[in-house]
Structure formats: C-alpha cells, structure tokens
Design a protein around this ligand. Structure first.
Ligand SMILES: [Zn+2]
Length: 92
C-alpha cells in the first residue's frame, strides 16, 4: 500500500505507465476526500533476491544474499501468551 505523503491515508493507483524495464510510473490519488492530493510515484526494481531463469542482458541488479527469507516476520499470536506458572498445580 502506498500512503499519501500529506495525510498518511491510503493512496489509490489511478493509472500506471512503464517508463523503462526497471521503472514504472504511477498516478496516485489520496483516498481522503478532505485531502485530495494527486501525485506521481515510481516503482523501481533495485535489487535481485533470486536471479531470473530468463535474464535480459541489459538488466544487472545487485544480488542480495539473505540469511533468511524476505518475509520472515513471525509475530507472536495475541492469544498465545501463557499464564504465569504460579497458578500451576504442583506435580506429584
Ligand atoms: Zn492525503
């Protein structure tokens, strides 16, 4: 999601146009009616996580070596907290 730089509400992509093999330009509109900001943004390919199996010779993005997957967030579930052991029955 892209947020409006002014009011931080979500911005909707109205149109987009490929500029180069690495850059796509977006026309965005803030979803906050009291803001109404329209702006141009870009999506740019900047790094390689896994090389292409069908590479184009003109594309040379730096390879990023990761020790773990990019989406490795593993938040603790909100309902996974354990009660303190004080109320536990003593083991016989
Ligand atoms: Zn806005």
């Amino acid at each position: 999601m892209i947020v409006c730089p002014h009011c931080q509400h979500p911005a909707e992509i109205r149109t987009s146009e490929q500029q180069t093999r690495l850059v796509r330009e977006l026309l965005l509109l803030c979803s906050n009616d009291t803001c109404g900001f329209r702006f141009v943004g870009q999506i740019v390919a900047v790094r390689t996580i896994q090389p292409s199996l069908d590479p184009h010779p003109a594309i040379a993005l730096p390879l990023v070596i990761r020790s773990k997957p990019a989406n490795d967030d593993a938040p603790i579930p909100a309902n996974d907290e354990r009660a303190p052991a004080a109320d536990a029955e003593p083991m016989s």
